[in-house]
Write a protein that binds this ligand. Sequence first.
Ligand SMILES: O=C(O)CCC(=O)C(=O)O
Length: 200
Amino acid sequence: MFEIARRLTLAEQAEILSACRHVIQQAPLFTKTMPPTGAAFRYQCTSAGRYGWISDRTGFRYVGQHPVTQHPFPPLPPIIHQLATDIASQYDLALRPETALINWYAADGKLGLHQDKTEVSRAPVISISVGDDCVFIMGGMKRTDKKQDMILQSGDVLIMGAEDRLRFHGVKKIISGTAPPELNLKQPGRLNITVRQVYR
Ligand SMILES: O=C(O)CCC(=O)C(=O)O
């Protein structure tokens, strides 16, 4: 299934934002580059948990150390861990969160169509959005399959699991100025956190 599994309250969103800020203080956002060209991605990223996802000229992979600080990634914030396992169990799916990829999209940020398949595990991916809305593209199992645009808003928690775990997807556009003012974002943009099990 892929669907919006929950809409978080503003208080929950603020708590998640604060947990991510704490992670970012220890494991700063960085810009990855795309294999094989070395072109820069249009968003910044860091991770929390046992592993972090990186990409460079040699490929995509999970690593145990932040590529800039060379330290282990900070622990997965308990609020994010709990939310992800609650959502998975709501759908009777097992998920042992091993990493949270934290993406930050500025106003011109985007992420091309891709499948999440660096993970060996096929446990569901739980995706939490905070900040500006975005136009999210959901495709099928093949890159060329029909795609649909959907708006992801601040507080939306999307699940991609079971037969939909490997659907192509991407972020087409950030809709600037749509973040809830109560969140007091220090700069405009969108935060997305995907919680994943990496290994079986
Ligand atoms: O930002 C999003 O909503 C999606 C993030 C994503 O697909 C990824 O990090 O692989």
